[in-house]
Design a protein around this ligand. Structure first.
Ligand code: ATP
Ligand code: MG
Length: 267
């Protein structure tokens, strides 16, 4: 698999064979952390330009099993980035009003505006994951959503949004360790929920749902990145690399002044 962990459209995905161990890709934690911190400095500068340019938008979607590291990723990757230019939206179980609309209704409004980075902590993909595994709607309702999602994302990309989709892939064993820490560490108790244990019992059904989601919604314009996420330091680096590479390519520019500033004096 290439270093970016990017899936290829049209290629079958075998999720149980995709690596969860980042340390297989990077032997040296200290070096990884140093690279991460250098890249974050670069991200801070690139984001400042993206915001000033005020033309393009970046949407970052994070999906993972419980304790997969979505919160930690957001905390680490965006530390120091101007909060004004980043908006995080967390998608919980839909409200009554949201359920009375199509599944993309609540998703469209918080997509990023010009100059913004929008981060989705969970996303429209829940509607082919939790919804499928827990039979919240019949298959005849969720199955057509793959195409609807691809069409929706194609519209966003066609309108100037860059989409980066990360699936943080942890092993079942690593989830156990993290749940155990939530039970034992008073600072983490608040994150523990019995519902998470119910979902853990359905691990294989979730993997099947993730696998099909990755396969059907990896497109040229918005592929999935499957990030080995058992080691947080590697997860952070792998995601940071993708974001910075993408921003370098976009190469945002400060707008040139609309007037000639050279003769202006401030008294
Ligand atoms: P953490 O990982 O830190 O616990 P979280 O994202 O799990 O955070 P919770 O409030 O614990 O936040 O859970 C949100 C719940 O909402 C998840 O169980 C998720 O599956 C569920 N959810 C999100 N979107 C949908 C949806 N469209 N339909 C049904 N359930 C959804
Ligand atoms: Mg949770």
């Amino acid at each position: 698999m290439p270093k970016t962990h990017c899936l290829q459209p049209g290629t079958p995905v075998l999720i149980n064979e995709l690596p969860t161990q980042g340390k297989m890709f990077h032997p040296d934690r200290e070096a990884a952390e140093a690279e991460f911190s250098t890249l974050r400095d670069e991200l801070i500068v690139l984001q400042r330009k993206l915001y000033a340019e005020n033309k393009r938008r970046i949407l970052i979607a994070l999906q993972a099993m419980d304790a997969g590291g979505k919160d930690g990723t957001i905390r680490k990757v965006f530390r120091g980035v101007n909060p004004q230019g980043v908006r995080v939206t967390s998608f919980k179980a839909p409200s009554k009003e949201e359920l009375a609309h199509d599944f993309l209704w609540r998703i469209h409004r918080p997509v990023p505006a010009n100059g913004m980075i929008g981060v989705f902590n969970r996303s429209h993909y829940e509607d082919v994951l939790v919804v499928r595994v827990h039979d919240l709607v019949p298959e005849a309702v969720w199955r057509p959503r793959y195409k609807m999602i691809n069409d929706f994302e194609s519209m966003l990309v066609g309108s100037g949004t860059t989409i980066l989709k990360f699936y943080l892939h942890i092993s079942r064993e690593e989830q156990r360790t993290r749940f155990q820490a939530r039970l034992e560490d008073p600072h983490k108790n608040w994150k523990f929920s019995l519902e998470d244990l119910e979902k853990r019992k359905l691990w294989q059904s979730y993997m099947a749902a993730y696998q099909e989601m990755l396969e059907r919604t990896t497109t040229d314009m918005a592929p999935w990145y499957v990030i080995p996420a058992d080691q947080k330091w590697y997860r952070n680096l792998a995601i940071m690399r993708v974001i910075v590479q993408k921003l370098r390519k976009l190469n945002p520019q400060y707008p040139s002044p609309a007037i000639d500033l050279s003769g202006i004096t401030i008294d």
